[in-house]
Write a protein that binds this ligand. Structure first.
Ligand code: AMP
Ligand code: MG
Length: 412
């Protein structure tokens, strides 16, 4: 049986980013930049005033005269018409270009204007110096400068910078699509009242929510019964998405038919079963590009049916594949070190990923496992926002000890 680290490496090695494509700027939100972006301009593009006030030459202020003749008014969007010379100043608004001859701006709050003589007096005693309240051309970025590297997740900040550069289209690795197929004779839809021995299909919508939280697109493919023909048909359809996530049918039960059907459909197994709790039956494979209509490979996860196992396997493994397709790095989960909130004992022959509550605490993190009854216990996961990582074997941990925790996507 593979270890978690080996499984993550196998996913990282076998999954490849989707080819880049152009998208409109707002659509690029949450996708990965697929090009290096070089500025084709200086920013600010001209020396500009950072306040409303009076533009003048700082050295002119040292002459003893604190009063200046106002030669013009420059509003944002207009070019100055006059040069500022000794003893003169221009009234200027925030964002307006600095006039020739001026190198500093006195904020309006520190001045008094005599509107009859059109002279402005500086009220503050503080000396002026060149550059004060001026945004100089090219101080933010310069023409030819590399400002964003490929591989960056595009957020509002990147969109704003691209907008400043006039980039209404941008090259990204597109958002992956993920087909979700639940399997099991015992499942009914969430709208139905389960009969004896039945349960609601909670996994599928949970996974759809996890996919959406990652910025990928879910396709909900319904419930396949534990029958070869139904599985074949629905799996065949699900293989159109970049990733197909099945839940259930991958452990050792009599009707766990998923690996067999995947094999029949040409899907190659990369691993089956891991040293992990919960999630031991996890199955992972790929459909080679020569077997797909668009010559792009597909990746397939058979997640265990138990809801918490599915949830945990998604956060650790499917998320890694999604980030790899999106060309985000690192693709795998990044644990934080957190102080344990209470003494805690736990023993299992497999490394365990326990639902836990992670909170900011002082300069770091504090974590507490939730009261978890097993892989079926969805209720306890509702208060969790992370996974507490416990090594195999007996763990006798004391309050304050540092442990690893992996935050869930969108931890709150
Ligand atoms: P399996 O992996 O098919 O053996 O299922 C393991 C456990 O998970 C069983 O108790 C199933 O009833 C349950 N289970 C399977 N699929 C789902 C689902 N879609 N939603 C909720 N529970 C499920
Ligand atoms: Mg089943």
């Amino acid at each position: 049986m593979r270890t978690v680290a080996e499984a993550l490496d196998l996913i990282d090695d076998s999954v490849v980013p989707r080819p880049a494509q152009l998208t409109t700027l707002l659509e690029s939100l949450g996708q990965t930049l697929a090009e290096d972006v070089v500025s084709d301009q200086d920013s600010p593009p001209f020396d500009k005033s950072l306040v409303d006030g009076y533009a003048l030459k700082a050295s002119d202020d040292g002459t003893g005269t604190r009063s200046f003749f106002v030669i013009e008014e420059i509003t944002a969007g207009r070019m100055p018409q006059h040069e500022v010379g000794p003893g003169t100043a221009a009234r200027i608004m925030t964002g307006a270009p600095m006039p020739q001859g001026a190198d500093a701006v006195v904020p309006i709050e520190r001045t008094a204007l005599d509107s009859v003589t059109e002279r402005v007096t500086i009220l503050s005693e503080a000396p002026l110096h060149a550059g004060i309240n001026v945004g100089c051309r090219g101080t933010s970025m310069q023409d030819g400068e590399l400002v964003l590297r490929a591989g960056r997740l595009i957020r509002a900040q990147e969109i704003a910078l691209l907008a400043e550069l006039g980039r209404s289209w941008v090259s990204v690795h597109p958002r992956p699509t993920i087909a979700l197929l639940a399997t099991g004779d015992e499942l009914v839809s969430i709208e139905e009242t389960p009969g004896p021995a039945q349960i609601r299909n909670s996994n599928q919508i949970m996974l759809a929510a996890q996919v959406t939280a990652l910025g990928a697109t879910p396709y909900v493919e319904g419930i396949a019964r534990d029958k070869l023909e139904d599985l074949r048909q629905r799996i065949g359809r699900g293989l159109q998405a970049d990733i197909l996530c099945l839940t259930g049918g991958v452990s050792a039960g009599k009707l766990d038919l998923v690996p067999q059907v995947l094999k029949e459909l040409g899907v190659k197994e990369i691993f089956h079963k891991l040293q992990i709790r919960p999630g031991k039956p996890l199955w992972f494979g790929y459909l080679p590009p020569e077997r797909t209509s668009d010559n792009l490979p597909r990746w397939i996860f058979g997640l265990p049916g138990n809801p918490v196992s599915s949830m945990v396997c998604f956060e650790l493994f499917v998320r890694t594949a999604v980030r790899r397709i999106m060309n985000l790095s690192p693709a795998g989960p990044v644990p934080v070190l957190a102080e344990l909130e209470t003494d805690f004992q736990f023993s299992d022959p497999r490394p365990t990923y326990l639902p836990a509550r992670l909170e900011a605490h002082g300069a770091g993190w504090r974590v507490k496992p939730v009261d978890w009854k097993g892989s079926f216990d969805l209720k306890s996961t509702a208060s969790s926002n992370a996974l507490l990582v416990l090594p195999a074997g007996p763990n006798r941990l004391s309050q304050g000890e540092l442990v690893e925790a992996i935050p869930f996507t969108g931890r709150e």
